[in-house]
Design a protein around this ligand. Structure first.
Ligand SMILES: N[C@@H](CCC(=O)N[C@@H](CS)C(=O)NCC(=O)O)C(=O)O
Length: 284
């Protein structure tokens, strides 16, 4: 391979973009990158521009161009990347069965899945107050741009409501029960012998790395770092030690991302952490 022309369209602080970047670094595939300033984070709202809509008509990131073939949706992209030979000899699907596929599906933002119905779709619900904080800082003309140009009705409604109303304050509560159930289910699925979900690093680990990192952003990392879920605690350590965690995730936090998280949480942390920890206690 090595001479395929690959361009990734992504955003620094986007769960699904992180997943694809980790896959690229894991495979050792070189790529060019175009950062897209998303409409819920930046006044420019570049994902709503004609140029980007011609790449992904759904206006979401990530999307990738591989020798001019365009692929979007993180799961499809990672599956496609696995067929490309990179510098590292790694197969991201050491096991392919229905369990693998359903874990992958349940740990990302799957189109059509109800919010808070899976670990993946709980994350936007948990992130909602922080996203609302960013949206409220946008100038009105950026909101107008979302209203006029966002091709996805669901996102349009959510983003615009976030600008005008304050409904996200307690929204994370909606996802807590399910989150704890799924977390404990995942603890039971992890093997004590393997460093990763399977014996070698896989797509499942990519998704879990990004979800756990998002919990860290949301000041909820302590709920995966306790002895209540010892296998998850160890697993998260292994994920953080992976080079791709630094390369694909940590290296993409710049002033904007760090400041907004800092500004939102200050020194207080998340008010949901203790609720989650109590819920875990009740269920183990
Ligand atoms: N199923 C898609 C979801 C993509 C998605 O929702 N991306 C978010 C960022 S994580 C996005 O582009 N949001 C901006 C918007 O909806 O305007 C995937 O897995 O790639």
């Amino acid at each position: 391979m090595l001479d395929k022309k690959i361009t990734l369209y992504h955003a620094n602080w986007s769960l699904c973009s992180q997943m694809v970047r980790v896959a690229l670094y894991e495979k050792g595939i070189s790529f060019k990158e175009t950062h897209i300033k998303l409409c819920d984070q930046y006044p420019e709202g570049e994902n709503l521009n004609k140029n980007y809509l011609s790449i992904n008509p759904l206006a979401t990131v990530p999307a990738i161009s591989i020798d001019n073939e365009i692929v979007f949706d993180s799961v499809k992209i990672i599956k496609r990347l696995n067929h490309i030979e990179g510098k590292n000899n790694i197969d991201l699907y050491p096991v392919i069965d229905s369990t693998t596929n359903s874990i992958i599906k349940n740990t990302t933002i799957t189109e059509g899945a109800k919010f808070a119905s899976t670990l993946g779709t709980i994350m936007p619900v948990f992130s909602a107050p922080l996203i609302q904080f960013m949206i409220k800082k946008l100038p009105f003309k950026s909101i107008l741009k979302i209203l006029l140009k966002h091709p996805r009705q669901d996102r349009k409604i959510i983003f615009i409501s976030m600008y005008f109303f304050n409904f996200t304050k307690n929204l994370p509560k909606v996802g807590i029960q399910k989150f704890v159930d799924e977390l404990l289910k995942f603890e039971n699925l992890l093997s004590t012998n393997n460093e990763f979900f399977y014996s070698t690093f896989s797509h499942v680990d990519i998704n879990m790395m990004c979800l756990f990192n998002r919990l860290k952003d949301l000041q909820l990392e302590d709920c995966i770092n306790t002895n209540k879920t010892p296998k998850i605690k160890k697993y998260w350590m292994s994920l953080k030690n992976r080079h791709s965690y630094t390369q694909g995730i940590l290296n993409y936090y710049f002033e904007k991302e760090l400041n907004v998280i800092d500004e939102f949480y200050g020194k207080t942390g998340s008010k949901y952490l203790n609720i989650i920890l109590d819920e875990i206690d009740k269920k183990i």
